[in-house]
Design a protein. Sequence first.
Length: 334
Amino acid sequence: MASNANMTHLRRSAILLLALDDESAAMVLRQLPAREVQEVSQEMARLDNVSHEDMHQVMDEFQDEAEQYAALNLNSTEHIRAVLEKALGTERAASLLIDIMDNNGANSGIDALNLMEAATVSEMIREEHPQIIATILVHLERRQAADVLATFEEKLRNDVVLRIATFSGVQPAALQELTEVLGNMLNGQNLRRSKMGGVHTAAEILNLMNSALEEAAIESVRAHNKDLAQSIIDEMFLFDNLIEMDDLGIQRLLKEIDTNSLRFALKGAPEALRDKFLKNMSTRAADLLREEMEGSGPVRMSQVEKEQKAILLVVRKLANDGEIVLGGGDDAYV
């Protein structure tokens, strides 16, 4: 009994799954996020000998917990809905309830896609209709979406970017089709309803792609709709836009980024932006950075872009946290 008392939750889960038949265990695993599936599978593989006492104890505890959960969970969603409707009104309550249920049961197939290599995701979805691809990408983490987009041929990539920019949500019929697509790929896990998409999402994804692909996508959208292209550009924050940030913002940013990364990033920056960073550093640090930049040889443009994108990720995090304020955004796209 003592050994069971010291058993981890992960080990208990592994024992319980091994006690189930194959089909039942598979049904349980399909409800878990990809990372948890990996963890519990590894624990199952590590199990050696499990005593009858431990097995019975785990099963008994599971039955007790299941009965308690069932009693607690009875009609809880309807109760929450009734309370929210009284407090917020029917429309706002419905929207909030969807968010609550999404967050509480975040077992979306998208979790699995975010953990995969971008090339693998690309192979899985590239043959789908571009609107389905766009809908999947707006649900992915922005970096993963950008990496997946970069693997597509130009025509498909630009078509998908345009659809992301004009994305306004998932209608029920489209959601059913999308669920079926993901179901075939990811064993039937559901995708939560999205409120994402649109110009802002397209801009966030393009910000994380290399400049050549970014510019090609913008030009493709511009050929379709000049105003839409400009709207995306207005939402984008480029490395050169850092010239508009105040000195306090630059100083805060300098605390979060690596000097070596900044050295590469500033190689491709206007002189005025370089001077802005240097004047906000200590004299010794500025002199050292200036010497390193002058003494280094030619740098690949891909390396410059990579470091600039990395710094922009830090900028957006600081801005989202309210630690810095981004300026401007009215520059023309050239």
